[in-house]
Design a protein around this ligand. Structure first.
Ligand code: NAD
Length: 527
């Protein structure tokens, strides 16, 4: 049973989800908050919002801690680097508020186009002034989207419903996705003079800081509207105010600012500005989704899944189907490492018929498996690369060049101080993982359960002798796979056992003249 500690207020639906999983869930009271570090050692997971600062010291106190759930998006309050070094996964809810932000973009756009906020204020002041509030329609206008990611694409779909022409600028734009959405991909230079409304949906990076600078704001079509419901700092606020004052820019809808909370109100007080205090994500639905998404990710992460939205996984979340390949890679790495007694210097993975986007995740999985015999459970997907680098273990990945025997194959080669081990595996059907090549022998077995791997002389009676010996020691054999190469005296075998033999039993086995090598490993449940 997992123990989960929640140290900031979380929507009750998230707490219920965690409890329904059977976990013990404790909510930290305000009085106990100063004792967080003292209480944390008992817990497997910690859930925070922005009210808890997760420092390196706090993470060090969490001896059992495996996952930190940040119920939200930003992780400024979590020392992600320290978490990575400790192998602690940091999961968040990056998509929970995208619909709220998308819809708020339209709240600002329509409010600007129809001067809703100004007309409302006028009416409330007791005036009935219809002539003053002549707006414009969105239909037939051109919308320019800067940043065609999750929110940018959703804004595009809704703009199409308003019968707007949509252009998008994004240096990483997928043209196929744009075409499907009837969106015209464009450079900034093409987009700015043509758009009636420009809306920003980029993160704040070196490349997007002041993306809409003075010069670009000047290149806008006269009378354009500018909206920023993305991140503050992506437009030059002084230049925007100048553009509004000159009348070149007809209006601006702003939810985010370069400095928050706002202290200089000159821009937002301009009559053609509609502004809100960063409320793009402030909806009941987003709060609920944040709590649910975080709880779901946390539980999945505790169960060892890699299909999670983690901040510090060295790759993007993978599909459930791809997790099979990660598991196979990990088990091949582990098997090869056991055969080298955990002494690994270099890891190579060769892919046949495996989607290129999975090469890195599978490489990390192989590293994880390769390091496990030496490091144990402390190695995981989060810190495998870091631990390997700190031990001078290199990883090489390559696409198979020759003619493949299998439509899909993972070949793993581990180099130790005294030689190397090569294994290959594949996934058959929906979920049947197999080792198909073992040290150059055509040995096939499932990489699961308690295995004994033998190298022995290929002489009559040896299998019976081994079976009898293991039986005398109370060890039952579930199945046995054998392989040899033509004309060779050496053979290999993989035995699935009901229980693992003790090291004394393995020693006795090695005393048999026919047995050259015997290794045991528990690979756990079926993939
Ligand atoms: P996303 O990562 O899915 O998309 C961002 C897009 O920006 C990507 O496609 C990326 O390629 C693009 N991009 C990067 N550099 C660029 C550049 N130099 N020029 C143009 N495009 C560039 O993110 P998202 O979920 O769509 O969120 C977009 C923004 O909205 C984020 O900054 C997020 O913080 C913000 N946001 C704000 C609120 C709010 O409360 N107002 C709520 C949710 C999200």
């Amino acid at each position: 049973m997992y123990r989960i500690l929640i140290s900031d207020p979380l929507h009750p639906s998230g707490i219920s989800l965690l409890r329904e999983s059977g976990a013990q869930v404790d909510v930290l009271s305000a009085e106990d908050k100063p004792r967080l570090a003292e209480l944390l050692p008992k817990y497997d997971a910690l859930v925070v919002r922005s009210g808890t600062t997760v420092t390196a010291e706090l993470l060090a106190a969490g001896e059992r801690l495996r996952v930190v759930g940040r119920a939200g998006i930003g992780v400024d309050n979590v020392d992600v680097k320290a978490a990575t070094e400790r192998g602690i996964l940091v999961v968040n809810a990056p998509t929970a508020n995208m619909m709220s932000a998308t819809e708020h973009t339209f709240a600002l756009m329509l409010s600007l186009a129809r001067r809703v906020a100004a007309a409302d204020a006028s009416l409330k002041s007791g005036a009935w002034d219809r002539k003053k509030f002549v707006g414009s329609e969105l239909q037939g206008k051109t919308l320019g989207i800067l940043g065609f990611g999750r929110i940018g694409q959703r804004v595009a779909a809704r703009a199409r419903a308003f019968e707007m022409t949509v252009m998008a600028y994004d240096p990483f734009l997928d043209e196929e996705v744009a075409r499907r959405q009837e969106v015209e991909p464009a450079s900034l230079e093409e987009l700015l003079p043509r758009a009636d409304v420009v809306t920003l949906h980029t993160p704040l990076t070196e490349g997007t800081k002041n993306l809409l600078n003075a010069q670009r704001l000047e290149s806008l079509k006269a009378g354009a509207l500018v909206i920023n419901c993305g991140r503050g700092g992506t437009l030059d606020e002084k230049a925007l105010l100048a553009g509004l004052q000159s009348g070149h820019i007809a209006g601006a809808g702003l939810d985010v600012f370069s400095k928050e909370p706002l202290t200089d109100f000159e821009l937002v007080r301009h009559p053609n500005v509609v502004a809100t205090p960063h409320i793009g994500a402030q909806t009941k639905e987003a709060q609920l989704r944040i709590a649910k998404d975080t709880a779901e990710m946390l539980l999945k992460a505790l169960d060892g899944s890699m299909a999670v939205t983690a901040v510090n996984l060295p790759f993007r979340s993978v599909s459930a189907q791809a997790e099979l390949q990660l598991s196979l890679g990990e088990r091949l790495g582990r098997l090869a490492s056991v055969l080298l007694d955990g002494q690994v210097r270099r890891v190579e993975v060769d892919f046949t018929g495996v989607d290129a986007s999975l090469h890195r995740p599978i490489g990390v999985a192989v590293l994880k498996g390769a390091l496990t015999p030496a490091i144990g459970e402390a190695v995981n997907y989060v810190n495998a690369e870091h631990l390997a680098a700190s031990r001078g273990i290199s990883l090489a990945r390559a696409e198979h060049q020759g003619i493949p025997d299998y439509s899909q194959l993972l070949q793993v080669r581990l180099e130790g101080p005294e030689g190397s081990i090569e294994l290959a595996g594949t996934i058959l059907g929906a979920r049947d993982a197999r080792v198909v090549s073992y040290r150059g022998y055509p040995l096939e077995f499932r990489p699961e359960g308690r295995l004994m791997l033998l190298r022995n002389d290929d002489v009559p009676g040896v299998v019976g002798k081994l079976g009898t010996f293991l039986g005398e020691n109370g060890i039952n054999i579930g199945n046995i796979h054998l392989a040899r190469r033509k004309g060779e005296r050496d053979a290999v075998a993989a035995l699935l056992l009901d229980s693992l033999p003790s090291s004394a039993v393995v020693e006795d086995l090695l005393a048999f003249p026919e047995v050259a090598e015997a290794k045991v490993v528990d690979l756990g449940d079926r993939i």
